[in-house]
Design a protein around this ligand. Structure first.
Ligand code: C2G
Length: 153
């Protein structure tokens, strides 16, 4: 029997943690369906994203481990999706461990270890820190140049 895998996520600033998860899901089954959270649903999730849904969905659809992308618009759609697409395995990273066990009457529910040291939040924090450093260096350089200019006058 074909194994149809289903997972959901925001996949903002697509990174190796997302890729590793999709790679492992594909290795476990035959067909991989990914529900990408719409911008509106991320608002409901209280999750701020940088990349708009259309681009996040296009990136995920381009991943060789992914066979189909569907929009994730609500918490409640999972049961319907599992039935509609004949899903045999529902897979999430283990930060969600236990949260979707109620789906186990419909299909196998699996939680995989997250990839350590990377997340969209960490990426955003790093970018913010980098820009802060640049700004400090820039201000420092301006101070030095202004002093040189004064000495020349
Ligand atoms: N992930 C991972 N390792 C990371 C980061 C993320 O394995 N370093 C996994 C998460 O556990 C999740 C998937 O990648 O299974 C997508 O992560 P997010 O884009 O953060 O998705 P999330 O906001 O958790 O949305 O209804 C379910 C939600 O839509 C899940």
């Amino acid at each position: 029997m074909k194994k149809v895998m289903l997972t959901y996520g925001t996949f903002d600033m697509f990174h190796i943690g997302h890729l590793e998860l999709l790679k492992r899901i594909k290795a476990m089954g035959d067909r991989v369906i990914v529900g990408v959270s719409t911008d509106e649903f991320n608002h409901i999730k209280g999750k701020k994203t940088i990349i708009p849904y259309s681009q996040r969905a296009e990136i995920v659809a381009s991943i060789k481990y992914v066979d189909r992308v569907i929009p994730e618009e609500s918490w409640e759609q999972k049961r319907e999706d599992i039935k509609r697409y004949g899903v045999t395995h529902f897979v999430m990273g283990d930060d969600w461990r236990g949260k979707f066990d109620e789906l186990s009457d419909l299909c196998e529910v699996i939680y995989l270890p997250r990839t350590k040291g990377i997340s969209s939040t960490e990426l955003k924090t790093t970018l913010k820190a980098l820009s802060a450093i640049d700004l400090n260096e820039l201000n420092h350089a301006i101070e030095i140049l202004s002093r040189i200019k004064e000495n020349l006058e």
